[in-house]
Design a protein around this ligand. Structure first.
Ligand SMILES: *[C@@H]1O[C@H](CO)[C@@H](O)[C@H](O)[C@H]1NC(C)=O
Ligand SMILES: *[C@@H]1O[C@H](CO)[C@@H](O)[C@H](O)[C@H]1NC(C)=O
Ligand SMILES: *[C@@H]1O[C@H](CO)[C@@H](O)[C@H](O)[C@H]1NC(C)=O
Ligand SMILES: *[C@@H]1O[C@H](CO)[C@@H](O)[C@H](O)[C@H]1NC(C)=O
Ligand SMILES: [Zn+2]
Length: 522
């Protein structure tokens, strides 16, 4: 009986394998489809009325490859992999070869590279130098601010706390990303926490859409934690100054006569009256939102990234002059930090669903979609698993010690990823790897092996890909600086310094004069 089921299983595998085509016609068709697409590409020189910028946090090229294979096999294509234009971004910061999420978001939203862990301030500000960050000339203007100045709407959606590293540079200026609430500020600091900047200051108070987690950053002594315990790790904070910034938000919108909605769960999101909502605040969790596979999908639970994106676009597209929307899939990064490759990949798939929805809800004629990441992780895809095998499975035994290794592994990892032990026998002591076939590598909580043990998996420093569709998407075409994203988007949407199309030529003219002067000075 047992032998028979093993046989049946083998037959199943053979069937699956045999469906993988290898004939010449198959490969030729694949390539012809791509060639036809390539020959159809035309530059879209319309002004970008709307811009949606997707950031898969920590979603480096290997995460995208793994997501593609997980979803449909090696030949599958994710929705943004069919966008007409793409490039690579160099992610280094003003002071680090390998960056964090605050400096990279600041670069993409405000157009200059800045120091690690700083938010919305230029590189004259060192990490935690509050006074330097208060100087007006150090403060950077974001794409959201420029969109509002152009009478467009602006907003953001994230699976992280709304005060976290990626969204905060849209609206805040802070010498430290960790000053999310007053409890993390140094004693007697003249600096204002990030949550208060979101609700009290411009441009935060004028953003039409704010959705994500982070209630405990906004409301003093927040309770009703849904799935999230009050987490006092050094990476978060807990407001205790008596303020209720959600009530402050409502009062501000009421006072200014703005139609607004404040929602906190799936039921309220489903019942949202878009016609009666010009300003939308959705706070669905005390902390970050849950991983998509663990999320409570019921009426009291929290929405998916694509459900938030759908509501955001409906509210923002009411503005006839257009909008800027930033969407962060932040749990890709959170899962990689824990060494859970399958969770990270699943989060990348959840973000792709949101991209698909945005692509369906918008018109490529007037809406620029940009999909990218802020930095990589050290995920690698190891040789040589068979085509068609599970991306989360075993590659093969090591020729060195005969112990299997998984297709996915990490360069750095936390304690859970350190799958080595010391074995002492007659020939002495050896460092051994744990045998992965003795564990279920397909579980979400399986931690892939990491080479170097740290407190957690650290970011990687490789380039990230940027994919674009719509007006001026061809501006993404080779290996770019990360802060170029701001300039390309501003140019496409005619924002800020690029609001008149001659401004770039003026800059080129200045450059020519400077070149001429330096020539004569030689
Ligand atoms: C919040 O909790 C802290 C610590 O438990 C307490 O000292 C403080 O008075 C509380 N604040 C409010 C506004 O309830
Ligand atoms: C919202 O407004 C649109 C256009 O004015 C209208 O067609 C639609 O019926 C309204 N929906 C609701 C729920 O009021
Ligand atoms: C390696 O994994 C395979 C299954 O993929 C298993 O059959 C084999 O026993 C494993 N090798 C060792 C040394 O455990
Ligand atoms: C992983 O999840 C499975 C299923 O939920 C559970 O049985 C197992 O104990 C978990 N493993 C670890 C290491 O947490
Ligand atoms: Zn990170």
């Amino acid at each position: 009986m047992r032998a028979r089921s093993v046989l049946a299983f083998c037959a199943f595998i053979v069937t699956v394998r045999s469906t993988l085509r290898t004939d010449r016609q198959f490969w030729t068709d694949l390539a012809h489809n791509e060639l036809e697409e390539a020959l159809k590409i035309k530059w879209n020189l319309n002004p970008a009325k709307n811009v949606i910028l997707f950031i898969g946090d920590g979603m480096g090229p290997n995460t995208v490859t793994a997501a593609r294979i997980y979803k449909g096999g090696e030949s599958h294509r994710l929705v943004y992999e069919k966008f007409p234009h793409m490039g690579l971004l160099k992610t280094y910061s003003a002071n680090k070869m390998v960056p964090d999420s605050a400096c990279t978001a600041t670069a993409m939203f405000s157009g200059v590279k800045v120091n690690q862990d700083t938010v919305g301030v230029d590189a004259s500000v060192q990490h935690r130098d509050c006074e330097a960050g208060l100087k007006a000339e150090a403060r950077l203007k974001s794409l959201a601010a420029l969109a509002l100045e152009a009478d467009k709407s602006a907003g953001f959606v994230t699976t992280m706390r709304v005060t976290h590293a990626t969204p905060s540079p849209l609206y805040a200026h802070s010498a430290s990303r960790s000053w999310e609430c007053e409890a993390r500020l140094p004693d007697n600091s003249p600096c204002k926490d990030i949550a208060r900047q979101l609700v009290e200051d411009w441009p935060g108070r004028d953003l039409q859409v704010i959705m994500g987690g982070g209630r405990q950053q906004l409301v003093s002594n927040a309770t009703g934690t849904e799935q999230d315990p009050i987490n006092l790790s050094p990476w978060t904070c807990y407001r205790q100054d008596g303020r209720n910034l959600i009530e402050q938000y409502k009062t501000d919108k009421q006072t200014r006569g703005f139609k607004h909605s404040v929602i906190m769960n799936n039921r309220e999101l489903a019942e949202l009256n878009v016609n009666e909502t010009d300003y939308l605040l959705g706070i669905f969790s005390n902390e970050h939102l849950s991983y998509d596979h663990e999320r409570n999908k019921g009426p009291d639970g929290m929405p998916s990234l694509s459900e938030m994106v759908g509501a955001a676009i409906k509210v923002l597209q009411k503005n006839k002059k257009g909008y800027f929307l930033m969407v962060e899939g932040g749990n890709v990064d959170m899962a990689h930090h824990r060494g859970w490759a399958k969770v990270a990949v699943n989060e990348a798939v959840a973000m792709e669903e949101a991209v698909q929805l945005a692509a369906d809800m918008t018109d490529a004629e007037d809406t620029l979609l940009v999909v990218t990441s802020d930095h990589t992780h050290t995920l690698s895809i190891n040789g040589y698993p068979d085509r068609g095998s599970s991306i989360f499975g075993i590659a093969q035994p090591s020729s060195h010690d005969g112990i299997n290794y998984t297709t996915l592994s990490y360069g750095t990892g936390g304690p859970g990823s350190f799958q080595f032990y010391v074995q002492t026998d007659t020939t002495g002591s050896h460092v051994m790897r744990r045998e992965p076939s003795k564990e279920d590598t397909e579980q979400y909580n399986y931690t892939q092996v990491a080479g170097i043990q740290l407190v957690e998996n650290y970011h990687g420093g490789g380039d990230v890909a940027v994919y674009a569709r719509g007006p001026y998407s061809h501006l993404f075409h080779n290996v770019h600086e990360q802060h170029y994203v701001f300039h390309a988007i501003s140019y496409a949407a005619k924002l800020g310094a690029y609001s008149s199309s001659t401004s770039l030529q003026v800059n080129v003219f200045h450059l020519a004069i400077i070149t001429a002067i330096s020539f004569f000075m030689l």
